[in-house]
Ligand binder design. Structure first.
Ligand SMILES: Cc1cc2nc3c(=O)[nH]c(=O)nc-3n(C[C@H](O)[C@H](O)[C@H](O)COP(=O)(O)OP(=O)(O)OC[C@H]3O[C@@H](n4cnc5c(N)ncnc54)[C@H](O)[C@@H]3O)c2cc1C
Length: 344
């Protein structure tokens, strides 16, 4: 059993910043995340993309922002249960929460902050035979380390931002052929990306196949070839060690949807005028996972929400204490001496 003051579900940017804000108030935190690493969408989907709307950072790579958030949280020695999905929640007669993961790890805390983002997200997979056998053996739905795809030809499928951004990136960084496959002629991606990709296609740097789809893949132990079928002409066989089907991720709130919380638009309804508490007292929701009038799914909004939520959670964690807020310029950052949560 892992015991802590504040249990945070989701170690994305908002969950990580929650640790810092809670730490300033002397609350210990433990985070659960279904992914094997902290950082949420920023580490999983777009670690190498620059973000331009974090206050004080004219530009920061998503992966670097996560590293900075980890460093900022470090003095408060948070605990992590990674690679495990929070599955169920129950309240004890003493008003504490017990959260169990899919793998059976049990956590107890006085308050719970859900920072679950889009929920546990799953890539949209094309319907193709042999697909699962070659997943992560040449077929990848997410580009975590672009350097890993620079040593051979690359086939990318999709018409959204992710597919075009990566096609442009690899056209500029790889010396091998880059194929971009899309089912139609119109792209959903940002206009600038579409025209940049079309320019690269006109110069021959990207081989653009529109009205086309990858219909078959083959390879003994790793991907060796894909078969591209277009509306006109015979199928083309392309020898490639890599195919990136980038059709987006489908967000699923997952088990949290069954936690008896008021929901709207696949997100958790919160009291935005006060403290971002859900319909169950003691359970808060911050970041992309919550919903209220005027909600914006932006990192900076999540940081604000987390800051207010911990002020309210404090009263539940320390019902007999009063917290006098001081600026960090006045009180500094006084971390915890020893390791975080109690494991009993
Ligand atoms: C391509 C792209 C570009 C973007 N650019 C910007 C930008 O420029 N500026 C900006 O402000 N925002 C941007 N965003 C949005 C931004 O990424 C989100 O607002 C931000 O990630 C929300 O942070 P979060 O911590 O709330 O959630 P997330 O980052 O989604 O993290 C949530 C975490 O919770 C975990 N989780 C969910 N359910 C469970 C469960 N049951 N058990 C355990 N773990 C669970 C997930 O695994 C995940 O790691 C962009 C998003 C994308 C996809």
């Amino acid at each position: 059993m892992i015991r802590t003051d504040l249990l945070i579900i989701g170690a994305g940017p908002v969950g990580l910043f929650t640790v810092f804000e809670a730490g300033l108030m002397k609350m210990r935190c433990h985070l659960i995340d279904a992914l094997p690493q902290a950082g949420g969408q920023l580490k999983e989907i777009y670690p190498k993309k620059p973000i331009y709307d974090i206050p004080g950072f004219p530009s920061v790579l998503a992966g670097d922002l996560v590293d900075n958030l980890m460093e900022q949280a470090a003095p408060f020695k948070p605990g992590f249960t990674l690679g495990e999905r929070a599955e169920s929640i129950e309240e004890t007669p003493e008003g504490k929460f017990l959260v169990r993961t899919q793998q059976g790890t049990l956590h107890e805390a006085a308050a719970v902050i859900i920072a679950g983002g889009l929920g546990s997200f799953e890539p949209r997979r094309p319907q193709i035979e042999n697909l699962s056998r070659l997943e992560n053996k040449g077929i990848h739905y997410i580009v975590k380390e672009p350097e890993a795809f620079l040593d051979g030809p690359l086939v990318i499928s999709g018409g959204g931002d992710s597919a075009l951004d990566w096609a442009i990136y690899f056209a500029q960084h790889s010396t091998h052929p880059i194929h971009l496959i899309h089912r139609s002629e119109s792209f959903r991606a940002h206009k600038d990306s579409v025209s940049q990709a079309q320019d690269l296609a006109a110069s021959g740097r990207i081989q653009l196949h529109t009205h086309a789809e990858v219909k078959a893949v083959s390879g003994e132990t790793t991907l060796e070839e894909v078969s591209i079928h277009s509306k006109e002409g015979d199928p083309i066989q392309v020898k490639t060690p890599y195919w990136l089907p980038l059709f987006g991720l489908s967000p699923k709130l997952g088990p949290i949807a069954d936690w008896d919380l008021a929901l709207e638009k696949n997100a958790i309804v919160v009291d935005h005028t006060l403290d971002f508490q859900t319909s169950r007292a003691g359970i808060y929701a911050v970041g992309d996972v919550n919903q209220y009038p005027g909600k914006l799914k932006l990192i900076l909004c999540g940081f604000h929400e987390a800051t207010l939520a911990v002020q309210s959670a404090y009263k539940r964690v320390f019902p007999d204490k009063r917290f006098n807020m001081k600026y960090t310029t006045v009180q500094g950052v006084q971390g915890f001496e020893e390791k975080e949560s109690v494991v009993a």
